[in-house]
Design a protein around this ligand. Structure first.
Ligand code: ZN
Length: 117
């Protein structure tokens, strides 16, 4: 890389890192995992849920996430699910930003302190 393109690369990396740091200020709620909407059949043999899959009970909201290396499940209410959904989306966005931050930092290190040939 020429000195000029190296400086440009460093500048771009610094600008991207600054943008990532600004974006971090917008996060409020954060939850890892996935939220699944489930419908079930019950134990009563004559119940409508056994006749038609569209008549199953639910929706129930199942929040699955890793805790201490193990998958954990928790039922949440519809209201909790509503609050959880954007928090999970935030978590995914944040992880993307962190990955990008790491990539930009590596680019910056390479641009500002290149290995000597
Ligand atoms: Zn039923």
């Amino acid at each position: 890389m020429t000195k000029r393109t190296t400086q440009d690369a460093a500048k771009r990396a610094r600008q991207r890192i600054a943008a990532i740091r600004r974006a971090l200020a917008d996060f409020e709620f954060l939850c890892s995992g996935t939220l699944l909407t489930r419908y079930t059949t019950c134990g009563k043999p004559n119940c409508r849920c056994h006749q038609d899959p569209a008549d199953r009970h639910g929706p129930y909201y199942d929040w699955g996430r890793m805790r201490s290396g193990k998958l954990s499940h928790r039922w949440v209410t519809a209201e909790q699910a509503e609050q959880l959904r954007p928090a999970i989306a935030n978590y995914r966005r944040l992880k993307k930003l962190l990955r990008d931050w790491e990539i930009q930092t590596e680019r910056l290190i390479d641009a500002e302190h290149p290995r000597q040939p």
